[in-house]
Design a protein around this ligand. Structure first.
Ligand SMILES: NC(=O)C1=CN([C@@H]2O[C@H](COP(=O)(O)OP(=O)(O)OC[C@H]3O[C@@H](n4cnc5c(N)ncnc54)[C@H](OP(=O)(O)O)[C@@H]3O)[C@@H](O)[C@H]2O)C=CC1
Ligand SMILES: O=C(O)C1=N[C@H](C(=O)O)C[C@H](O)C1
Length: 268
């Protein structure tokens, strides 16, 4: 574990919220460290990588751990943060109903014995444009016969489809089911494997990987004679930082599990 701001010669500033970043050397981790460093009310007290022990954060002065790592590591990190008595903000992808359920149970158990409960906030996307795109897609879905999701990312991304696209597709599917819509129309009888993308709760999701891109998504909604396209583009990782900082500040007073940044925005 490397102290956040070089060798520390004084105790952490107790008027600031102490933040530890896990995955600190990664693309998002580096941006989060910089954003936390630049926030007057936050103090970056630790940067962790793959070989560091999350349990050591107990004595670091950190109140919140921020995880931007890899899908195979994130759940264990969150349980370790809870065991160390920290709140958690998580942007890493790969969460399922089952892994979310385990975190919820863990929090219930730990919070039963605490005056001030711990919170975990997991968001598939912290960019405001993406959060709004997901919400707009959910609102529009019931009015359209067809719906497909196309996500486009940098080629160094290890998972496909993106966590944002999975969440978008699930929201669209739920809205369609609630409105009593049947399956999307599709006469395909014969295809090269994968040509129609992945199917998430009945919604086709397509993943593009292209050098030069950061994070982008298009939601296509179709009716006879018309189309609605909802598009979000993160051109830079700075787009995620206001949402991450908002989540860090919010999570300390939101005991239990929160899924999605929309939950802390006043979206109605
Ligand atoms: N919610 C959101 O708004 C966003 C979410 N993401 C998601 O965040 C995650 C990270 O993305 P990105 O920063 O681009 O990925 P990177 O590969 O750049 O960074 C991941 C970092 O995690 C480290 N790491 C791997 N395993 C562990 C572990 N067990 N404990 C601690 N650190 C570990 C890696 O170290 P090493 O390289 O040494 O293995 C690396 O430094 C992805 O799941 C991505 O989809 C990305 C952007 C926005
Ligand atoms: O890996 C990325 O870059 C991103 N991952 C998240 C996802 O999978 O949805 C969020 C954003 O799309 C960037």
């Amino acid at each position: 574990m490397t102290p956040g701001a070089g060798p520390r010669t004084t105790l952490p500033d107790v008027t600031k919220l102490g933040v530890a970043v896990i995955g600190a050397a990664g693309r998002m981790g580096r941006a989060v460290c910089e954003a936390v460093d630049g926030a007057a009310d936050l103090e970056l007290v630790a940067r962790l990588g793959e070989d560091d022990d999350v349990a050591a954060l107990r004595a670091s002065g950190a109140s919140v751990g921020v995880d931007f790592t890899v899908p195979s590591a994130t759940e264990a990190n969150v349980h370790a943060l809870i065991d160390a008595g920290l709140h958690a903000v998580v942007g890493t992808t790969g969460w399922t109903d089952e892994s979310l359920g385990r975190v919820r149970e863990h929090l219930d158990r730990v919070n039963a014995g605490r005056e001030q409960g711990l919170g975990v906030l997991i968001a598939p996307n912290f960019a405001l444009s993406a959060v709004l795109a997901m919400r707009f897609a959910q609102q529009a879905a019931r009015f359209f016969e067809s719906a497909e999701v196309v996500e486009l990312h940098h080629p160094d991304k290890v998972d496909a489809p993106s966590g944002t696209a999975l969440t978008t597709a699930r929201h669209i599917a739920a809205a369609r089911a609630e409105a009593g819509l049947g399956p999307v129309p599709d006469a395909t009888e014969k295809q090269v494997d994968g040509a129609r993308g992945a199917v998430v709760d009945g919604v086709h999701v397509h993943a593009v990987r292209l050098r030069g891109l950061v994070a982008h998504e298009e939601i296509l909604l179709g009716n006879p004679g018309e189309q609605l396209t909802i598009r979000t583009d993160s051109f830079e990782r700075s787009s995620f930082m206001p949402g991450v900082l908002l989540a860090v500040r919010a999570v300390v007073s939101r005991p239990g599990l929160t899924f999605g940044l929309d939950q802390v925005l006043d979206l109605g």
